[in-house]
Design a protein around this ligand. Sequence first.
Ligand code: COA
Length: 156
Amino acid sequence: MRIEHGSFDAHICESSSVFLNRIDTFQEGVLVLEISGDVCGYISSEIWDYSEEIVDNRFNLNHMISDIHTTAGSELYISSIGILKEYRGKGYGKLLFSELSCRMIERYRISSMILIVSTKWDAARQIYEKAGFKEVHRIPGFFREGEEGIIMRRHL
Ligand SMILES: CC(C)(COP(=O)(O)OP(=O)(O)OC[C@H]1O[C@@H](n2cnc3c(N)ncnc32)[C@H](O)[C@@H]1OP(=O)(O)O)[C@@H](O)C(=O)NCCC(=O)NCCS
């Protein structure tokens, strides 16, 4: 939660019960980055049934993973990633992202990955674009008025 609050504006921080639900439901889908005993980053994910059509409310912040996650699904949804400010810009975000993607692709029948990112989060967008994600949809005002959510997807 320290990383969550250090990474996102208060109005979009997700709650501790959401994080606990992610860990209880799909522990393998959550990784933390630990440096010299200090947890300084995390990434979380869930597996969804694939739907070609983008359903906006699947992306709702604070949704419970247990309502939608299924290991029989084929689309990996990256629900969140954050790195403490003092550790940013050193390649750790990219590392967490690629480590989680590789593990999930190895273990599950994943054929696509999807996520939502703000138009304002340049570092995150850079990681996703370089990993081959393409914009497929936008949700106006998703993060706040005037701040769109860009849904990006990558077919493997
Ligand atoms: C997104 C985040 C996890 C990235 O972690 P990081 O460790 O700083 O990222 P990395 O050092 O691995 O850098 C990844 C890429 O972004 C680029 N980058 C880093 N900061 C950047 C910035 N402010 N603007 C543009 N690009 C940036 C890096 O150059 C690198 O690109 P490269 O592959 O061309 O070298 C981190 O910035 C963060 O926690 N941000 C706040 C939370 C957030 O936005 N989460 C995204 C949710 S969708």
